[in-house]
Ligand binder design. Structure first.
Ligand SMILES: Cc1ncc(COP(=O)(O)O)c(C=O)c1O
Length: 288
């Protein structure tokens, strides 16, 4: 069955799906995106993703290309046409096509909308639970990574640095030595008292949807979460560390820059939170 992508009002075979060469997303990375996990054909935490998409567009003064209802219908159609049970939906909105000029087009361009989906098989739970290694790189991003912009070059370079180092992810460290987040994940540590620490959702990080969900799940499990910046030195001495994202959920981090974290194995707080998140996914699948 051929993959189908939605591009500006049309459902096209994936291999033929294309945007214009003067789309401002292509030329200036002038756009935003969302990645939403799908379980049993249903979106996980769709309202939160939609709200963030609205925030990202508003921050860049890009109009939403459709109503929310129409967007939901397009996303549902892409899921159905690609027969996605468990997978990922990608939504991208750019300022649209206009003659090349850095400033916004004088006559507003029509925002461009692309929606794609692909299956994402369940990971090997035993392998995930053995944890991953991260390396650190300088956080070279602009000062608004809270906007989920498609301008991801520093993130691309960071992830490539991780891959070349044989690590799973790169944690970004700012000039003050603070770990802001990962290249495509939020970063967390656990202190000696079993409290979970993560960077506050200011303009220095993307406020992850899993991050938000985990606050609630941790609270339900009587695990204390503290939002405060933490430095790399503190992370190196943490009892546990982990990362979160919509596609990887909650993943133990067992080494940073080649040094073991805690016991060098996934810790109990992390694994409890992963289990709580997997249960959350199960509920999302069951929801009508
Ligand atoms: C830079 C960055 N931080 C954090 C996240 C995690 O966000 P979410 O939990 O919404 O997937 C992502 C996800 O793509 C990201 O790109």
């Amino acid at each position: 069955m051929p993959r189908i992508a939605y591009v500006n009002g049309r459902y096209l075979p994936h291999r033929d799906a294309a945007v214009h060469v003067e789309d401002r997303g292509y030329q200036f990375a002038d756009g935003v995106y969302e990645v939403i996990f799908v379980v049993d054909g249903r979106l996980v935490d769709a309202p939160a993703h939609l709200a963030r998409l609205h925030r990202s567009c508003a921050s860049l003064r890009i109009a939403m290309p459709t109503s929310d209802r129409a967007l939901e219908a397009i996303v549902a159609s892409v899921i159905a046409r690609n027969r996605i049970g468990r997978g990922i939906v990608y939504i991208q909105i750019t300022r649209g096509v206009a003659r090349r000029d850095h400033a916004f087009p004088r006559i507003a361009s029509r925002p461009a909308l692309v929606v794609t989906a692909r299956t994402h098989p369940a990971p090997d739970e035993t392998a995930v639970r053995s944890g991953v290694a991260v390396v650190t790189v300088a956080d070279q991003r602009w000062r608004r990574p809270d906007i989920k912009s498609i301008s991801l070059l520093p993130n691309v370079l960071a992830k490539e640095a991780a891959r070349e180092a044989g690590a799973h992810e790169a944690w970004l460290v700012d000039d003050a030595g603070v770990v802001t987040e990962g290249s495509s994940t939020n970063a967390w540590i656990v202190d000696r008292d079993g409290r979970v620490v993560t960077h506050p959702a200011d303009t220095a990080i993307l406020d992850g949807i899993v991050r938000r969900t985990l606050f609630r799940l941790a609270n339900e499990a009587s695990i204390v979460v503290i939002e405060r910046p933490f430095r790399l030195a503190e992370a190196m001495g943490a009892t546990e560390a982990f990362l979160t994202s919509s596609t990887s959920f909650v993943v133990p981090v067992v080494a940073i820059d080649g040094s073991a974290i805690g016991t060098g194995r996934a810790g109990p707080v992390t694994l409890r939170l992963r289990d709580a998140y997997l249960a959350h996914l199960g509920r999302a699948a069951a929801a009508r």
